[in-house]
Design a protein around this ligand. Sequence first.
Ligand SMILES: *[C@@H]1O[C@H](CO)[C@@H](O)[C@H](O)[C@H]1NC(C)=O
Length: 233
Amino acid sequence: MPPGSPCLLWLLVVTYSVVPAAQPLAAGDLEEEQDETPLPAVPCDYDRCRHLQVPCRELQKASPTACLCPGLSSASQPPNPPRLGEVRVEAEVGRAVVHWCAPYSPVHQYWLLLWEGGGAPQKGSPLNSTVRRAELNGLKPGGAYIVCVVAANAAGESSVPRAGVEGLDGAGGPTFGPCGRLSVPPRPLTLLHAAVGVGSALALISGAALVWHFCLRDRWGCPHRGRASQAGL
Ligand SMILES: *[C@@H]1O[C@H](CO)[C@@H](O)[C@H](O)[C@H]1NC(C)=O
């Protein structure tokens, strides 16, 4: 062996022992880092469309474990418009139940605006920030309305697309904004009248059929009876 070979061997041994040793060390460092800073990856139990939903910031404060809230627009800006959800019309009682979803903004209160034809809208009473559902009462049978949800905070109120309100007449299907159309079917009494009408017509027809039937039986019956009596004689 040449005299330099133990030195080279030593170098090789050192190189190979350092490389495997470095890997567990690096892994250990990573584990330590993860233990030190646990990330709150769980979203809070917050649904912006749920009625009587406690604001997410309050859920976060009350929660024993950390959870994530959706980002909100600045509190120094008026809120973004809420999104109108299901509008369920109860025509018999002239009522509609309106649902909506909160915007991703700080909100202090909501209210509804109701247009009947042209002119100024009726403004509903203010509702607190947990509310996502409200009733509209006194709707007329056969009436057509436009309803909008407004959100407000200290900086102002969410916008209502005034041009959009007029433009809603052309738009069909689901809306993604704060407004929607609302049409109340004609009074069920009208339907009742129609049913009574159809019923009377049916009664008249069956009456006429009965008269016709008896009339025919009389016409056919009389000669028969006559013939029978003749045969009997
Ligand atoms: C918000 O309003 C709803 C419905 O009127 C009510 O049930 C609820 O207690 C109110 N919440 C707060 C925090 O005022």
